[in-house]
Design a protein around this ligand. Structure first.
Ligand SMILES: *[C@@H]1O[C@H](CO)[C@@H](O)[C@H](O)[C@H]1NC(C)=O
Ligand SMILES: *[C@@H]1O[C@H](CO)[C@@H](O)[C@H](O)[C@H]1NC(C)=O
Ligand SMILES: *[C@@H]1O[C@H](CO)[C@@H](O)[C@H](O)[C@H]1NC(C)=O
Ligand SMILES: *[C@@H]1O[C@H](CO)[C@@H](O)[C@H](O)[C@H]1NC(C)=O
Length: 188
């Protein structure tokens, strides 16, 4: 190999590495795009959540998306609280496979908690409190083994608290008060 060949190879390597650091994960892109699509945003609080950002939301630990935190080029936390959001939670949320914390509290989000949330195997914090979520609490939540916070208070969830959630060994905060769960005090 000649000297210039070696230089070319080196440049190629640097270029590829840089590209890896700045190119979005296709799963994160699908997650963000669909999450945004299913949410209604009457107060335009998500005006900077645009398709061009979804294809490149992170550069290493820097996030270009308001409300998102990045870790190693992947979406790590999503915190969209008190933004007057409506609509529902897209099942594609599960494509954000590195998600560790999801906080959509204090909005007017309705619909169910998608069972696909089970694929978020790194999820430690789930705060969906103070919304209009309905349906049953999905027992699949028990498959998110790292969950230590589940806050679902102030919603319209019905049915029973799934027994499987007792398997969550790390759970330190669990609040499902003010719902329509059977056994709830305010149900009678
Ligand atoms: C996202 O999730 C869906 C449903 O779980 C899956 O079919 C798809 O392959 C995932 N990835 C992308 C990039 O859409
Ligand atoms: C949205 O982007 C504009 C222009 O880049 C910026 O001035 C504004 O502060 C951003 N808004 C939010 C809520 O991040
Ligand atoms: C929620 O947002 C409204 C309007 O932006 C603001 O007035 C209120 O103080 C916020 N509440 C909390 C708890 O942050
Ligand atoms: C969930 O979010 C609400 C509102 O933002 C907050 O008051 C509450 O403390 C959070 N729950 C936990 C367990 O951190």
């Amino acid at each position: 190999m000649t000297r210039s060949h070696r230089l070319l190879l080196l440049l190629l390597l640097i270029f590829q590495t840089a590209q890896r650091l700045t190119t979005a994960d296709p799963n994160d892109e699908a997650c963000l795009k669909n999450l945004r699509q299913n949410l209604e945003d009457p107060a335009s609080n998500l005006r900077n959540w645009t398709n061009s950002v979804f294809s490149n939301p992170c550069s290493g630990f820097t996030s270009y998306l308001p409300g998102a935190t990045c870790n190693n080029g992947r979406i790590y936390k999503l915190s969209l609280t008190n933004l007057s959001l409506r609509g529902s939670i897209s099942p594609f949320l599960s494509n954000c496979t590195n998600l560790q914390s999801l906080d959509l509290s204090s909005n007017q989000i309705s619909g169910v908690i998608p069972p696909e949330i089970q694929y978020l195997v790194n999820l430690a914090v789930l705060n969906l409190s103070s919304n209009h979520l309905s349906g049953e609490i999905t027992p699949q939540l028990a498959l998110c083994a790292y969950l230590n916070v589940i806050d679902l208070h102030d919603n319209e969830l019905s049915g029973q608290i799934p027994q499987q959630l007792g398997l969550l060994a790390r759970l330190s905060a669990f609040d499902v008060s003010n719902n329509k769960l059977s056994g709830d005090d305010d149900e009678e």
